[in-house]
Write a protein of this length. Structure first.
Length: 252
């Protein structure tokens, strides 16, 4: 049965189509609007809705707009059910792109994108940094930066998705809506062991994550990995991060 919702800004009808992705948080569906997707929450709490409203009031400038490319899949409008309650939001679709891991992993790159050479990897790294800078300029912290949330196409144009997980500071009230999720290997040492739901993050946290992504792109492996020469089994990347044991840094 097709679900019919209403767009908050102009009360236009929005029909949900095929489900593209689902998670514990919600589902992403196609809509009757070309190039527009809907994210519907399983539990649309007042906190989630207030965060979305703060984001809609302060959208970032897309640095790839001149190239006719969506680089930030940012919320565009709220979606209301038949009772007028907000249940999710609309966002632009990112087409013909793949997860960053399929590019920085050498074997996957050879299989999925054989024409993606060294120059393209550098351009991808640069474009990723530009996008994150544009997001930071509006006061956002991405928080959960990982390869699954960064997409890239055959022109090395990058897109950030899952933007509603950002840490958001309401520009009017100053209230911070934190990013409560993180990923192993992308968490800086100052956040290890911290409760993300009670911890404010900074741009510096994102810069660590960006550095990990760039290292993956240019070298094909995590900077806090490599051949372990110490006693016992090799520690997990999180423990190596805690100890500062990076393959690109020589301790003297």
């Amino acid at each position: 049965m097709m679900t019919i919702l209403t767009r908050s800004s102009d009360r236009q009808t929005v029909s949900l189509g095929n489900e593209i992705k689902t998670s514990g948080e919600g589902k992403v569906c196609e809509t009757n609007f070309s190039g527009i997707l809907a994210k519907i929450y399983h539990n649309p709490t007042p906190e989630r809705i207030a965060k979305l409203k703060a984001m809609l009031a302060n959208p970032p400038v897309d640095p790839m707009k001149s190239k006719n490319h969506i680089s930030i899949a940012f919320p565009q409008d709220l979606l209301l059910d038949g009772s007028g309650n907000c249940v999710g939001f609309l966002m632009p679709a990112v087409r013909n792109s793949r997860e960053l891991q399929s590019i920085y992993n050498p074997s996957k790159r050879k299989k999925n994108a054989p024409g993606f050479n060294w120059s393209y990897l550098h351009v991808t790294a640069l474009n990723t940094a530009w996008i994150i800078q544009a997001i930071h300029e509006k006061g956002y912290v991405l928080g959960d930066i990982k390869s699954q949330n960064i997409l890239v196409n055959d022109r090395a144009l990058v897109a950030v998705i899952d933007t509603d997980s950002f840490q958001v500071r309401d520009s009017k009230t100053g209230k911070v809506y934190r990013c409560t999720v993180g990923s192993d290997g992308f968490t800086p040492v100052e956040l290890l062991g911290k409760d993300f739901s009670t911890t404010d993050q900074t741009e510096m946290c994102d810069r660590f994550r960006l550095a990990v992504l760039i290292h993956y792109l240019l070298f094909g492996y995590h900077p806090f990995s490599g051949k372990w020469t110490g006693a016992g089994e090799s520690p997990e990347p999180t423990e190596l991060i805690r100890k500062g044991l990076c393959t690109a840094v020589k301790i003297v």
